[in-house]
Write a protein that binds this ligand. Structure first.
Ligand code: NAD
Length: 371
């Protein structure tokens, strides 16, 4: 087996700080688990703009397309707020998603037992929660044409966006979600608004079509997205995998994220079609942004980025057991009370720094070997 080719893009703000802790975990897997990584590091976002005048250089894009997986920190910051839209840091991220055609966005909502009291919901509702939201990422109302703001010729204006999905777009993200359900609890719930939207009717019919023909063993259900949002906060453990469109997925995945407590704990994956090596095009990144308010102070929680590496091991490299090893290490660090400030109750003791949490994760990985 060749080395796993990773393109690492730390980005801006706390991105480089949390990515430095991920680098330690990668080195641990090389020295203790015999894995080989071929790592290339490059710039994205504001850092790329500072160096090249664009938020993603063409060379970096080519490296991303050639890599087995991209690991991204975060982009953005107040110093870039006034840039033209076309060169804003976020455009670098969007270009990566678009040119890699990453249509399936995976947002796990896992509630580590040690953090159950951080949720705004009752402990029994969230403790042990482990669900996965799959959001269609490259189509739907954020991309549909026509779009724009036009005059209504009567002194007013009309804002237009178009919700548009094709059979192919729905089936490919549905297949991605069915595959994930197969590796997990065997249940998939598809959410749309088939009661009021034609695109929702098509969504429901196509997901059903894929399920009946290709995944008869997966328990498929359908739910209107508004009802789904209520069920997510009422009893989220009823779900295993949820698949939904770009707009509903944007909202539902943020709701699900907050069930689990802190932004500093949330990883994500964006997957595309499998290449010749059988691996999907893939980018892994924490859900949080560049957190300029705490950047450079050693306060950032590195767990979301470390857990993004765990997702890369599971979904790009088929190293599910090693991914679980990372997740267990994070859980044990939290249980020991070694936490950055975002995970501390006010009356608690001193917060740990980014590097202390990273070091504790390495210790916990060592412990997992019985060392
Ligand atoms: P943010 O996620 O950067 O921060 C929101 C709040 O959460 C802040 O108080 C921050 O300190 C805290 N926080 C976030 N991550 C944390 C971590 N790992 N550890 C501890 N605390 C953490 O969102 P924002 O403040 O709205 O945006 C800041 C910048 O990041 C903006 O330029 C925005 O455009 C960008 N952004 C980038 C991404 C991305 O790169 N994917 C996502 C969201 C926002």
């Amino acid at each position: 087996m060749g080395a796993y080719k990773l393109l690492v893009l730390p980005g801006d703000g706390i991105g480089p700080e949390v990515m430095a802790e991920v680098a330690k975990v990668i080195r641990w897997f090389e020295s203790k688990r015999g894995m080989a990584f071929e790592i290339t590091e490059d710039l994205v976002g504001g850092a790329a703009y500072d160096a090249h005048g664009v938020p993603l250089h063409d060379d970096t894009m080519s490296k991303a397309l050639a890599a087995d997986a991209v690991l991204l920190g975060a982009v953005g910051g107040p110093e870039y707020d006034d840039l033209d839209f076309a060169v804003k840091p976020e455009r670098g991220l969007l270009r990566l998603r678009k040119e890699m055609d990453l249509y399936s966005n995976l947002r796990p909502a896992i509630c580590f037992d040690a953090l159950a009291d951080f949720s705004s919901l009752k402990r029994e509702v969230v403790a042990g929660l482990d669900i996965l939201i799959v959001r269609e990422l490259t189509s739907g109302v954020y991309f549909g044409e026509p779009r724009g703001i036009i005059d209504d010729n009567e002194g007013g204006r009309i804002g237009v966006n178009t919700q548009r999905y094709t059979t192919g777009e729905i089936r490919r993200v549905a297949r991605s979600a069915f595959e994930l359900a197969k590796r997990r609890g065997g249940k998939l719930c598809s959410m749309e608004k088939a009661n009021v939207m034609e695109s929702g009717i098509l969504w429901r019919e196509e997901v059903q079509w894929v399920g009946e023909r290709e995944y008869p063993d997966i328990e498929l259900s359908h739910m209107y997205a508004d009802a789904g949002s209520m069920q997510l906060v009422r009893w989220p453990k009823q779900f295993d995998v949820i698949v939904t469109d770009n707009l509903f997925g944007d909202i539902l995945s943020d709701t699900a994220a907050m069930l689990t407590g802190s932004l500093g704990m949330l990883p994500s994956a964006s997957l595309g079609e499998a290449g010749e090596n059988g691996r999907p095009k893939a980018m892994y990144e924490p859900v949080h942004g560049s957190a300029p308010d705490i950047a450079g102070q050693g306060k950032a929680n590195p767990c979301a980025c470390v857990l993004s590496l765990a997702m890369a091991l599971r979904y790009s490299f088929d190293e599910g057991d090693e991914a679980t090893r990372i997740e267990n290490a994070v859980e044990s660090v939290l249980a020991k009370g070694i936490r950055t400030a975002d995970l501390l109750q006010v009356e608690n003791s001193e917060p740990a720094s980014t590097t202390e949490v990273g070091g504790a994760i390495i210790d916990a990985l060592d412990e997992s070997l019985g060392a």
